[in-house]
Ligand binder design. Structure first.
Ligand code: ASP
Length: 293
């Protein structure tokens, strides 16, 4: 088996959190060995990252602007065309497991209370993902907003340097089994400045994730900007045309032209094809990598 697995801990995440990303990649490899399923591998790897409270996904997810609510997004996809996503799901430990269940249903995406209700049908128990770190982060965001005396909903998020306040630490994984099968998964508690009901790129096919017969791409960063560019699909098309995952990912970053150097949109991309991987990021990003030779 010549598997390639890459995981990320969100653009902006401290590189020192790479141990958590590596652990997730190893879990994915172990699952791939046991099940021969790239989808299972991606899901299990993503669940390890969701359970690590340092990351903004599952346990440790960001609070919404009301300071009370956590609404999480997640998606899974494989090169057989299976796709499942949840958006704004609440009170579950592992949104990625629910996304996987959705991929087996007649639907592609479930949102809000319907997604939570669907999880309960599968006996996924009630779980509160709020952590002390998430509360701290929220307090910082609130303080920052009041300093600016802005109605928080009135400005484009990009006018605020919110990547410095931890929009990051979301998680993602890309898996190749070396035989032409690919899968990916992403999961997030969203950004920092978020209204309730806001949905980012992570659960949107072609934006936060895309998988085809030639590879898989998963993105992280400001969801609104990633959706506008359908980033993962665009990068995938480059890979499908024969460009290496590294060059394709580097190209993906060029789609985000900063107005000022200080305003660089935080974006990270991980990608694999059958033989190689690519990682591109505008800011620091924890990653885990396995490339079997
Ligand atoms: N893309 C995620 C979102 O906008 C956040 C992130 O990747 O850090 O919800």
């Amino acid at each position: 088996m010549k598997a390639i697995i890459v995981t990320h801990g969100g653009v902006g995440s401290p590189v020192s959190h790479g141990d958590g990303c590596q652990k997730a990649a190893e879990e994915a490899l172990d699952t791939l060995r046991k099940t021969s399923s790239v989808l299972q591998a991606a899901v299990r790897g993503a669940a390890v990252l969701e359970d690590d409270p340092r990351f903004n996904a599952g346990t440790g997810s960001n609070l919404r602007i009301d300071g009370k609510t956590i609404e999480m997004d997640a998606a899974v996809m494989d090169s057989d065309g299976n796709f499942g996503a949840v958006a704004g799901i609440q009170m579950v430990k592992n949104p990625v497991l629910v996304a996987e269940l959705v991929s087996k249903s007649p639907h592609l995406m479930l949102c809000g209370p319907g997604a939570t209700e669907f999880a309960r049908r599968y006996k996924i128990p009630w779980y509160n993902p709020i952590t002390p770190k998430a509360r701290e982060r929220y307090k910082k965001v609130k303080k920052n907003l009041s300093k600016r005396r802005l109605p928080y909903w009135a400005k484009r998020w990009l006018n605020l340097p919110y990547h410095l306040e931890g929009c990051s630490d979301t998680i993602g994984i890309v898996v190749s089994d070396g035989k032409g099968n690919f899968a990916g998964a992403g999961s997030t508690g969203g950004t920092s400045y978020m209204l309730r009901g806001r949905i980012g790129d992570t659960p949107i096919i072609g934006s936060g994730i895309y998988v085809g017969k030639k590879g898989v791409v998963v993105s992280t960063g400001i969801g609104e900007e990633i959706i506008r560019r359908m980033l993962s699909k665009e990068v995938y098309e480059k890979i499908a045309s024969g460009i290496s995952p590294q060059k394709a990912s580097d190209w993906g970053l060029t789609l985000f032209k900063p107005q000022k150097p200080a305003n660089i949109t935080p974006v990270g991309i991980i990608a694999v094809n059958k033989t190689d991987y690519g990682i591109s990021n505008t800011h620091q990003m924890a990653v885990g990598i396995i490339k079997q030779s």
